[in-house]
Design a binder for this molecule. Structure first.
Ligand code: DGP
Length: 113
């Protein structure tokens, strides 16, 4: 069996996190290294390692993550916000458990680094 990622341990309450939302499919918590005044991660409870590993059977789950991001951003008081999904180490993914970053509370620049 593969080693549990840090996010799987947060989902299983083996390590603490500042949780802001939970339902049967996903958990959202504050990023420990915030890159903006609001920086929240949404992770599916299903352990998909990266976006490019998701398949057709994950279609509803992926839609759920985006609609949940809307809800969490609204709860956080964000009118405008950015979602980021890094898929793979070359794209900056450091934790190999699919997650969506919600960033907001400051002006965003483009292109991202
Ligand atoms: P990424 O680079 O896309 O894989 O983003 C991983 C994010 O996870 C990064 O912004 C920092 C955050 N992170 C890493 N370890 C922990 C942790 O133990 N707790 C929390 N809350 N966030 C973490």
């Amino acid at each position: 069996m593969k080693d549990k990622t840090i996010f799987a341990k947060i989902i299983d309450r083996e390590i603490p996190a500042s949780i802001v939302y939970e339902d049967d499919q996903c958990l959202a918590f504050k990023d420990v290294h915030p890159q903006a005044p609001v920086h929240i991660l949404i992770v599916p409870k299903k352990p998909i390692d990266r976006l490019s590993s998701a398949s057709g059977e994950d279609q509803l789950l992926l839609g759920h993550l985006l609609l949940t991001a809307n809800k969490i951003a609204e709860q956080a008081g964000l009118k405008d916000f950015r979602l980021v999904v890094n898929s793979g180490p070359g794209a900056g993914q450091t934790v190999l458990h699919l997650h969506v970053h919600i960033l907001g509370g400051r002006e965003m620049e483009w292109p991202p680094g």
